[in-house]
Design a protein. Structure first.
Length: 169
C-alpha cells in the first residue's frame, strides 16, 4: 500500500515535533509526496519555518519518498479544480492513479477526493489513529494539539477533538 501526503499534514505534525509518530503509523507502507509538495515545504523552510527540517531529514533518510508524476498523472492533474493548489493536485493524482490513501487536511481537497472515491485520512483521523494504535497515549495527543495549533495557526474545533478522543469502536 502507498500513502501520499499533502503539505499540510506533514507541516502540522512537524510543527508538533511528531513527524516520527506519523512515520511509525505508516511504517508498513510507502509514504510518499509529489515534487510539488516537496517544493511547497521548501518554500516554507526558506521563509524560516525551521520546524519543517525533520521532513527533509526524513526525505534524505528515504523514510519519505519524493515521487515524480508520470505523464498520464500530469495530464490527469490538469483536469482537477484549480482552486486546489499545485501540490494538492499532484498528491491527488498520485493517490488516484496508484490506488493510494491521501493524507490531507484541506477541506476542498478532501471534498473533491470524496466525490472521486479517493481514500483519504485527515489530521483528525491521524491523531485518532496515533492513540488507537498505541503509538502515542491520549495524553500525548492532547499535548500535541496545542503545539500544532500555536505553530501552524491551526484550530481544531470541539467536535474534532471529540472525534479524536471518542471511545474505540
Amino acid at each position: 500500500m502507498i500513502v501520499v501526503s499533502d503539505t499540510n499534514v506533514l507541516s502540522s505534525l512537524a510543527a508538533g515535533d511528531s513527524l516520527p509518530m506519523l512515520l511509525r503509523l505508516f511504517a508498513r507502507t510507502k509514504l510518499c509526496i509529489p515534487l510539488g509538495v516537496r517544493d511547497e515545504l521548501q518554500v516554507g523552510l526558506d521563509k524560516g519555518r525551521t520546524y519543517l527540517e525533520p521532513i527533509f531529514r526524513a526525505i534524505t533518510a528515504q523514510q519519505i519518498d519524493v515521487v515524480p508524476l508520470s505523464p498520464e498523472e500530469e495530464q490527469l492533474m490538469q483536469a482537477y479544480p484549480h482552486r486546489l493548489n499545485f501540490g494538492e493536485r499532484q498528491a491527488i493524482a498520485l493517490a488516484q492513479t496508484r490506488n493510494a490513501i491521501l493524507l490531507s487536511n484541506d477541506k476542498r481537497a478532501l471534498r473533491y477526493c470524496q466525490q472521486q472515491s479517493i481514500r483519504t485520512v485527515n489530521l483528525v483521523g491521524i491523531l485518532r489513529l496515533l492513540w488507537v494504535r498505541h503509538i502515542m497515549s491520549q495524553d500525548e495527543v492532547r499535548i500535541l494539539i496545542p503545539k500544532m495549533e500555536q505553530v501552524e495557526n491551526l484550530v481544531l474545533t470541539q467536535a474534532q477533538r471529540t472525534e479524536i478522543f471518542a471511545p474505540r469502536r
